[in-house]
Design a protein around this ligand. Structure first.
Ligand code: SF4
Length: 507
């Protein structure tokens, strides 16, 4: 009876004490009876398992990764598959800096699991991305083939959305200069060098104890200025060469990244960067083709992107959706010639929109007579043919006495330009007009991958020059497609597909 009473009291006391305690982990020095494995810390649904499953199924020797075959001599290097795993994890989680990845190798259990507890230094990690730009593009293309074989892209009647977006280069817009800016900055540098030399003389004459910059500090500053001046001098030579080739174009040269260009942005202003084009399968929003360009707009990108998508999907025919920025009769005709059906709306001509004039779409072309009919019912005949621009021009003499003239033109006569490829352009426009659902599908699909890629490449590219930028973009597109495929199929069934693919390809 007494013992029962004591147990009851101690139980109540324990409960009371527990009610006032927080949840605590085990003591740091506690030894486990059986040591925990790193495997125990990685969830079955963790993304690292997808990355590992994908890379394990790759046959890297044939892809072109540097050092994919270990050398017979010297210290063993890190295997490219491990470094590829690390980069895919990094891009998946928006950690692209080599220094950050080095740190993650030492503290992040998922990375430790993925890398088998290897921790390469940041230079090794950075070098891997620098030298393997071509190999990233190959594996990115191979993954699209895997998606096609898995029937995630390329249905019997494939529809792709083509779109472009501007990505910031690893350079500021101030570093992309024209000849005037280069000359101006060189003069500034000249003045600054003269000031520093004067300061050096003054420092020599100064009394002891007076605060003056040391000779070493001034020498270092002079060295920086001379280096900058040499770069600008080189830029001036390049600019002169560019201007000789095409004097009508405004020539600019990048001092930090020689390949980047100054691109106009929608809201105004400019950006030093690259124009990235993509074609994505509208079925699951997976990117089937992409391209990094230095073109200032999308006007000449439709054929290239649509045919790249067609080749990637091994499709005889394909429907390509694009916005009005891609409208180009010659490109539309080239697409049709290769089995691609372009669906692209025609833009309103900017000069007529600004002047609030009738858009060109209000003028009807008559195929039989090769004339235009205007909103006033007058017939516009061809008055000029420009062979260089492959364009015909139409007008009528009725404009002078027309009651609608104020709404039509501010000039003496309204002139309508018609490209030699206008028929193909009109067919593409008509398809867009007749299928508003396709246009809605385009805008709903195209934005999604770019939003993800911009998130991954937050702050712009981490590498410089076009070949390396292409490599980084391929790495980002591969990560996006991997992520998307995991979302569509689920992690375990995607891993099963990787295993099956590896067995079939003998990896
Ligand atoms: S201004 Fe000329 S082109 Fe325009 S509606 Fe009148 S007649 Fe037609």
């Amino acid at each position: 009876m007494r013992r029962w009473y004591v147990e009851l009291i101690s139980k109540t006391a324990r409960r009371t004490t527990m009610a006032h305690q927080h949840k605590r982990g085990i003591a740091r020095m506690q030894t486990a009876l059986l040591p925990a494995a790193v495997e125990d810390y990685v969830r079955a649904s963790s993304v690292v398992r997808v990355i590992d499953g994908y890379v394990s199924a790759l046959h890297l020797a044939g892809v072109g990764f540097a050092k994919s075959v270990p050398a017979d001599t010297g210290r063993p290097g890190y295997a490219p598959d491990d470094l590829l795993r690390l980069y895919l994890y990094g891009y998946w989680n928006r950690m692209r800096s080599s220094r950050r990845l080095e740190v993650e190798c030492k503290r992040n259990l998922e990375v430790m699991w993925l890398m088998g507890q290897l921790a390469p230094d940041h230079k090794t990690i950075a070098d891997f991305r620098r030298v393997n730009a071509g190999a990233f593009q190959v594996v990115c293309g191979q993954f699209v083939q895997f998606l096609r074989e898995s029937k995630l892209v390329g249905s019997s009647a494939p529809v792709v959305a083509v779109d472009g977006s501007k990505f910031k280069a690893c350079a500021s817009k101030k570093s992309v200069v024209d000849s005037e800016q280069a000359a101006k900055e060189r003069k500034k540098i000249e003045r600054r060098i003269a000031e520093y030399l004067k300061e050096m003389d003054e420092a020599d004459r100064a009394e002891d104890g007076e605060a003056q910059p040391t000779d070493e500090q001034i020498e270092a500053a002079l060295e920086r200025l001379r280096k900058r001046d040499k770069k600008l001098e080189q830029a001036q030579i390049e600019l002169a060469a560019k201007q000789q080739v095409s004097p009508e174009k405004e020539a600019r040269v990048g001092l930090t990244d020689p390949d980047c260009v100054l691109l106009k942005q929608k809201g105004g202003g400019a950006l030093a960067g690259f124009n990235v084009q993509q074609a994505l399968d509208t079925q699951h929003h997976l990117i089937v083709a992409h391209e990094v360009t230095t073109r200032g707009n999308d006007h000449t990108s439709l054929e290239s992107m649509a045919t790249q998508a067609q080749a990637a999907l091994k499709a005889e025919s394909l429907t390509a959706l694009a916005d009005c920025g891609y409208m180009n009769g010659e490109q539309a005709q080239a697409c049709e010639d290769q089995g691609v059906t372009p669906v692209v709306p025609m833009p309103e001509r900017s000069n007529t929109r600004a002047a609030q004039c009738y858009p060109q779409t209000m003028f009807t072309y008559d195929q039989a007579t090769h004339t235009y009919r205007c909103p006033a019912g007058e017939m516009l005949k061809r008055y000029k043919r420009d062979r260089a621009k492959r364009t015909d021009y139409y007008w009528t003499s009725a404009c002078a006495r027309c009651a609608l003239k104020a709404n039509c033109t501010k000039s003496k006569r309204r002139s309508i330009a018609r490209s030699w490829f206008a028929d193909a352009a009109e067919r593409a426009h008509q398809r867009a007009q007749r299928n508003p659902d396709l246009m809605r599908l385009r805008s709903a699909s195209a934005e999604h991958p770019f939003a993800n890629l911009k998130w991954m490449l937050h702050g712009g590219f981490a590498v410089r020059t076009l070949p390396k930028v292409k490599g980084e973009m391929a790495l980002a597109v591969l990560t996006y497609n991997l992520k998307r495929a995991a979302n569509v199929l689920g992690i375990s069934s995607l891993i099963e597909k990787f295993k099956l693919s590896a067995a079939l390809n003998g990896a």
